[in-house]
Design a protein around this ligand. Structure first.
Ligand SMILES: [Mg+2]
Length: 414
């Protein structure tokens, strides 16, 4: 038995644009921007490679994209269509690999460990076969990268995108070569290195991932903080999770957080509930569900724990869930003790396992558009990029002092 795993990362090429082109072939070869019509206030959800040449990127305002690429064709976005194709690809991948993780609407991880004999021990051929199968059945192109863990596979996939000039769209990083593979890549390729880490790396004149190898762990931790420092140390060495989590239809989504210091600060409590509610709703929208039950979990500093639930009309609206969570808290909180932990979970989903399981029809078109734009940014840049004012990290917010909450610590999600 090999000790390492065989993980494939499948990432669709400019997915939304490709789906639009299947429906309207006149868009093929043209600069296409999905996310909103000309003059609208939305953000770019997906841009074709033709428009990316002009600097158009996901997450940027439509109006900026218009300026950069005046000839672009702007398409509002049809999530029902994208989820239909996403499901089609998922179902197809399930036939190819024993374990498939649904990472996002256009990204999947496959675990081929133990299937070597089936594919003749030729990983290159295996990658090509996955790519060709998707193209044959769904007429959509993608990158397929095989490595021993998800992290290296994801980074490798980006290096074989059409925008990188790759003709194959497939790559294999054999076991034992992870570090060598990363060495000459720019630190910008480090998936997960955010807006704080990259500028700091630049300041330290670290341009290539391999440059990080020369820096001792303790120095990295001093410069970037304990967790980001050890993350960088491992990332540069091509270490990462090799656990592929099979997709299943969740019965509930929820998050809880333990305060770094037990608290009775009303403002901090409300911030946290808002943040937990947003996080839950974001996940609901990702899986195309609305919930009918909101459950609050509260743990006092003496570890007494209680939960309180309420059933409401189905929703995945941040504001509705936030208000409900506040109300539940007001009801549940009846002791003069500090609070150690808070949790918000959402269950009793509507919309069964239908065709449109990713983005079901929502009642308010306007709200839907807003959430699509917001979620596109959240997907692209991570959850913290866009949060409602009610759950802004007060350390970055002058109001915090006004409320005397300077000791607020961003809740850590478990
Ligand atoms: Mg993609």
């Amino acid at each position: 038995m090999p000790s390492s795993k065989i993980i494939a990362h499948v990432d669709m090429d400019s997915f939304f644009v490709s789906c639009e082109r299947l429906v309207d072939p006149s868009l093929v070869g043209k600069p296409v921007v999905v996310g909103g019509r000309r003059g609208e206030r939305g953000v770019v959800a997906s841009a074709s490679y033709e428009s990316r040449k002009f600097g158009v990127k996901s997450g940027m305002p439509i109006m900026t994209a218009e300026k950069l690429c005046p000839k672009a064709i702007f398409v509002p976005g049809n999530h029902k269509l994208y989820s239909k194709y996403s499901r089609k690809i998922y179902v197809l991948l399930r036939r190819i690999a024993p374990v498939v993780e649904y990472a996002s609407i256009d990204e999947f991880y496959l675990d081929f460990t133990g299937c070597e004999a089936l594919y003749g021990h030729d990983l290159e051929a295996m990658a090509k076969r996955v790519k060709e199968s998707i193209f044959d059945r769904a007429k959509l192109s993608c990158s397929v990268a095989i490595a021993t863990n998800k992290y290296v596979a994801k980074i490798a996939g980006k290096t074989v995108k059409p925008s990188s000039g790759s003709l194959t769209g497939t790559i294999v990083v054999p076991e034992g070569t992870e570090q060598t593979f990363l060495t000459n890549l720019s630190v910008e390729r480090l998936h997960g290195a955010g807006e704080k880490t990259l500028p700091r790396l630049k300041e330290m004149r670290i341009q290539k991932i391999g440059d990080i190898l020369n820096i001792p762990l303790t120095t990295l931790q001093k410069s970037f903080g304990p967790s980001a420092g050890s993350w960088l140390y491992e990332a540069a060495r091509g270490m990462g999770s090799n656990e592929v989590h099979p997709f299943h239809f969740a019965k509930s989504v929820g998050h809880e957080t333990t305060f770094e210091k037990d608290t009775d600060d009303a403002w901090q409590i409300h911030q946290t509930l808002a943040w937990l509610s947003e996080k839950g709703c974001y996940r609901l929208r990702r899986i195309g569900k609305k919930a009918r039950t909101v459950t609050l979990k509260l743990r006092y500093d003496d570890f007494q724990t209680l939960t309180k639930a309420v059933t409401i009309p189905e929703t995945n609206d941040d504001t509705v869930v936030m208000k409900t969570a506040y109300a539940l808290f007001e009801e549940a909180h009846n002791r003069r003790r500090k609070i150690r932990l808070l949790g918000v979970s959402l269950s009793k989903f509507e919309n069964g396992e239908g065709e449109d399981w990713l983005f079901p029809e929502m009642s308010s078109k306007k709200k839907d558009d807003l959430y699509q734009s917001v979620d596109a940014i959240k997907r692209k840049y991570g959850f913290h990029k866009l949060e409602k004012a009610a759950s802004l990290d007060p350390r970055e917010d002058k109001q915090a002092e006004k409320f005397g909450a300077s000791s607020f610590q961003k809740p850590k999600i478990k």
